[in-house]
Write a protein that binds this ligand. Structure first.
Ligand SMILES: Nc1ncnc2c1ncn2[C@@H]1O[C@H](COP(=O)(O)OP(=O)(O)OP(=O)(O)O)[C@@H](O)[C@H]1O
Length: 633
């Protein structure tokens, strides 16, 4: 300390040998105390304005910075995602466009059809009684019957049964299909009925009977499809009689009991014809003296039930009915379905067709027990087949030929006849074959009111005109159409059937399923819009294996779509195609479209997107909606 003091002091003392006024290198000027204090205060003041932040403030600042960063990141992510979604949508679109470009128009149409069908099916209720639907009653087992095929048939292999089916062009689908039987004796049909059939010229079963009767006798639900005039009526009437016989043998029927079998038909005329067949078989059993009496009842509008009081009083075995009258009788308790176990619908597609399902459900609501359900028709579009199959129990589908195909025994001649020339040409046409001849005129709209039993359509000018013209020309003609009374219609059918009258003018719907003897010629005076109706109309000839002719008039009034349906039907039946039909272009054929038939109406010339039947149904629905929307003024 002393040394340092002396050296510092020494360095500040001027030296005479060196420059007395030069400052040393480490010279620091002297700052007076007051100034030093002021400087210190100034410095301290600066520190005071730059205050130290608290921990909370620092955390808040950090958090704020983080939120801002996250916000930024989120925005960046959103933009990224949006872009990806957009890109994905774009990619899907591009992929779809590429796929569509590879698809044919037919593929696209098929896709659209599938979508439309799925849409239609959504919410469609099963065919079952209201209570069954509400309670969710589901039958899983077919009805049990005592009938068995003969031992030798049971011992045969499935391959052998299939050979028989193939030989007769029978297609049977389902589980445990009973064997086809090619004679009535092996079906164990009672002798008096065999004799009755023989007397009618019915010696061997037709293909639909070979497979259909054993199926029905076994208690199985079935859908039977076979061309017009192929003997479907016997295939469902005989099982109804046999089921009744079995029940009657156990406990005889008394007043208020029955029916066992219920057959529903879409028109009064068809119901009467079917009823007559049941009565004839019941009569044959009764007359033999070996079997109990089987009583049938006809339940149609326009007839008095008092006439059948005897049957009602002694118990009914088989009731043949139109829906309207049947619902009425069931609702009023004049008939009950308590013992009913066999339900058949003839021309079933028409019954299940758009708009009529509710009537069928309403009938089914009266059943107390499980039933066996059978549906028959010559035309049964796929949509109706599928829907019906869902409602049946383990059903068997028996098909003879394509559903909706024309009877191959009918020679179809299609002629272009101008509207104004039709009447005159009709006379000429009548000369083609000897009578009886049936003439159909398209009066579809006029017979709209037919369903529901009490058929009171509006006046059909066309039919009346034709009949009047023929009468004027000396032709013995009768007519059945809506402006005629029930008696007039019955008289017309009777006199035509017995041969007292040569020509019958009819509306298409009224004549569905009617079986007239020996009709060699059907004239389709105006082509119906729906090809199914045409198939039924020309099917009044060429029945039970005989050949017949159908002449059809078409002209500018016939829609191109109908003409296309007709063209393909003729092609399928290997008929001659007139030049004007050949020249009609089929837009689908251009695109290589497969002809599988419209699912709604079975027509081969269009798909469901342009189905005339669907159009008509939609038109009706809209009209009904407008009516209700109008409110009851
Ligand atoms: N096995 C048979 N052999 C000969 N004729 C038969 C046979 N079965 C029925 N028939 C007769 O064939 C004709 C047509 O029968 P049916 O009326 O049952 O035909 P369908 O198939 O119901 O026709 P549609 O579809 O037009 O109603 C009737 O006259 C009937 O008597």
């Amino acid at each position: 300390m002393v040394a340092a003091e002396s050296s510092r002091r020494g360095s500040h003392s001027p030296s005479p040998e060196k420059d007395d006024y030069a400052l040393p290198a480490d010279y620091k000027p002297y700052v007076p105390v007051a100034k030093r204090r002021a400087q210190l205060l100034t410095q301290l003041g600066k520190h005071q304005t730059k205050r130290i932040k608290t921990t909370e403030e620092i955390e808040a600042e950090v958090a704020e910075n983080r939120t801002a960063e996250e916000e930024e990141e989120r925005a960046r992510e959103k933009a990224r995602r949006e872009r990806t979604l957009f890109q994905a949508a774009q990619e899907v679109k591009e992929k779809q466009a590429l796929e569509n470009a590879n698809k044919t128009a037919a593929d696209l149409a098929a896709e659209q059809e599938a979508k439309m069908l799925a849409e239609m099916e959504r919410g469609q209720k099963k065919l079952a009684g209201v209570q069954e639907l509400a309670q969710g009653t589901v039958w899983t087992e077919s009805l049990k019957t005592s009938w068995r095929p003969p031992r030798f048939l049971r011992d045969m292999s499935e391959v052998q049964h299939q050979e028989v089916r193939d030989k007769h062009h029978i297609i049977a689908e389902g589980e445990d299909i009973p064997p086809p039987i090619d004679n009535f004796t092996d079906m164990k049909v009672p002798k008096p009925i065999l004799d009755y059939l023989q007397a009618k010229g019915i010696k061997r079963p037709t293909p639909i009977q070979m497979q259909g009767i054993p199926t029905a006798f076994s208690g199985r639900d079935m859908i039977g499809i076979a061309f017009t005039g192929s003997g479907k009526t016997l295939a469902f009437c005989l099982p109804a009689i046999m089921a009744s016989l079995e029940m009657e043998a156990r406990v005889p029927f008394a007043r208020g009991e029955g029916p066992v079998g219920l057959i529903i038909c879409p028109s009064r005329e068809l119901a009467r014809q079917t009823y007559e067949q049941c009565v004839a078989m019941g009569q044959a059993l009764k007359e033999s003296g070996q079997y109990p009496e089987i009583r049938s009842l006809l339940c149609i509008g326009g007839i008095s039930m008092a006439d059948q009081a005897d049957v009602l009083n002694r118990g009914v075995h088989v009731a043949v009915a139109t829906p309207g009258r049947l619902i009425d009788m069931l609702d009023k308790g004049r008939l009950n379905a308590n013992n009913c176990r066999y339900l058949c619908m003839d021309e079933a597609d028409r019954m299940i067709d758009m708009g009529f399902e509710e009537d069928v459900r309403s009938i089914m609501s009266h059943f107390k027990h499980q039933r066996q359900t059978l549906l028959f028709s010559a035309t049964m579009p796929r949509k109706i087949q599928d829907f019906a199959a869902q409602s049946l129990i383990n059903p068997i589908l028996v098909n003879v030929g394509r559903a909706g195909a024309a009877n191959m025994d009918v020679i179809q001649e299609v002629e272009y006849v101008k509207q104004e020339a039709k009447m005159v040409y009709l006379l000429e046409c009548l000369q083609k074959t000897p009578p009886p001849v049936i003439i159909f005129s398209d009066s579809k709209n006029e017979v709209d009111g037919e369903w529901g039993g009490d058929w009171r359509p509006r006046v059909v000018a066309d039919d009346s005109d034709i009949q009047e013209y023929l009468l004027l020309k000396g032709v013995e003609a009768v007519a059945i159409h809506g402006s005629k009374t029930q008696e007039e219609r019955e008289y017309a059918i009777r006199s035509f059937k017995t041969g007292a009258k040569d020509v019958m003018v009819a509306s298409g719907v009224a004549s569905k399923g009617l079986d007239f003897n020996e009709i060699q010629h059907v004239i389709v005076y105006s082509m119906p819009k729906e090809i199914e109706d045409y198939v039924h109309e020309i099917g009044r000839t060429g029945r039970s294996g005989k050949t017949g002719i159908a002449t059809t008039f078409v002209n500018m009034n016939t829609s191109e779509q109908t003409l296309l349906d007709l063209k393909y039907l003729l092609l399928e039946a290997k008929q001659k195609i007139p030049e004007f039909l050949l020249s009609i272009d089929d837009p689908r054929a251009k695109h290589g479209g497969a002809l599988k038939g419209c699912s709604i109406c079975g027509g081969l010339g269009h798909g469901i997107t342009d189905c005339p039947k669907l159009e008509e149904a939609n038109r009706r629905t809209q009209a009904a909606q407008l009516k209700y929307a109008g409110g009851g003024y």
